[in-house]
Design a protein around this ligand. Sequence first.
Ligand code: FRU
Length: 492
Amino acid sequence: MTQKLKEKYRPQFHFSPEKNWMNDPNGMVFFNDEYHLFYQCHPFDAKWGPMHWGHAVSKDLIHWEHLPVALSPDDHGTIFSGSAVVDWDNTSGFFDDKPGLVAIYTSHDMYPGSDRHRQRQSLAYSKDDGRTWVKFEGNPVLSDVNITDFRDPKVFWHSETNKWIMVLATGQSITFYTSPNLKEWEFASEFGKHAGSHDGVWECPDLFQLPVDQNTDNQKWVLLVSIGDNPDLKEGSRTQYFTGSFDGLTFVNDNYDETVLWLDYGRDNYAGVSWSDIPSHDGRRIYIGWMSNWRYANHLPTKEWRSAMTLPRVLSLTSSDNGARLVQKPVSEMSTLRKGIHSYHDLSIESNELQSFSLNHHSMEINIEFDKGSSNTFGVIIKHSETEKTVISYDCLKEILLADRTNSGENSFSSSFPAVQKAPLKMKNNRINLQLFIDASSIEIFANDGEVAVTSLIFPSEACKDLIFFSNEGKTNVPELKIIELNSIWNR
Ligand code: FRU
């Protein structure tokens, strides 16, 4: 790999485009020993514009090779979000003697002679591992003149019914279609008009099955739905999920309509979906999100490129008093970036006395186990520079985790950016654990082994200077602390 991407704020272990604008991850698929990551991109500007699909491949989900743009606008419009699958049995008839890749995406243009958006679903196929693509001459393959927001197809093979399923965002609902061959689609059902959050337009759905508590006899379906920015709410764009059952036609929600489940409590995880065709001997459901927010994405203080993805995460379901809930953890491949590990045990943080560890590295993973002791609030300050810090704290009375980025660095580009992000988090035997990933312009927090995720961008002048523990109104214990330096993915 020749790339050495080292500009100010450039992520050192997250995927970011070599240059210019990126938003949603698209068409993630594993094929012939490669993870493909396509993404919404504007190849000629660092702001959103006419959408193309950018492309990168990886052998390990960590180190990425940037490839040329895969899909460019055509007579049907620009190329909005979508998915890709391996057509193992040549159901589409696009292939000759071996299977290939089919991309299913939204063609976006305007209804002729009008200012109304037109969104229709199209296909492209590749016979050379995604390096070159042919658009299907029968495009578009699915349209509906009555629905304006009609986009972001996620397609998967449903072996029980021997059909392809398309999960499509249709305004304030998700609509399911089925097909034998990816070219002809039939309406199956609609879900969600009255369920979950309707704070913004529904976008970028995904649907997959997961065992609960690793019990393969107890499987549930998870439906991810991103919801767009609503200027009246402070959170901006974010992602919710539903759990339930799916029989190849209809999704039935496990929860009451009013229940809203958030995938991430930080401001910067949007439009994420999962990889298709992960081999069954691996068996993981691997997810990646766009680490930004429509509220301010176009104004982030980077020049050469704009945006990054979250760390790739493994999703699983765990049972709770309220039903099955998603748990997410960074992929285990992340540990290959570990350089120096500094371990500490049984620290005690006295009331109102700070305890500091100096950090001389820019990319860090930090694992902390806290025992509340006699305190009512405790936490850790990531001191980026003399004047910039991010404060991660836990309120033991309210049982809330807080990530305060109001003084994390540059934030003048949007009044919505400075924020204290809050997540409900229960203690277990008076303990919580945090896994932090600190990159040049982001902090990801995985709390209680991934029960809660808080993903946030930050723009400090330096990433990490000191780690400072604090405890209020009593003593906090830290049975275990690991400070881990991470290599840059651009070093090879
Ligand atoms: C989500 C989204 C999608 C759309 C794409 C356009 O972030 O709005 O619904 O396909 O971005 O770039």
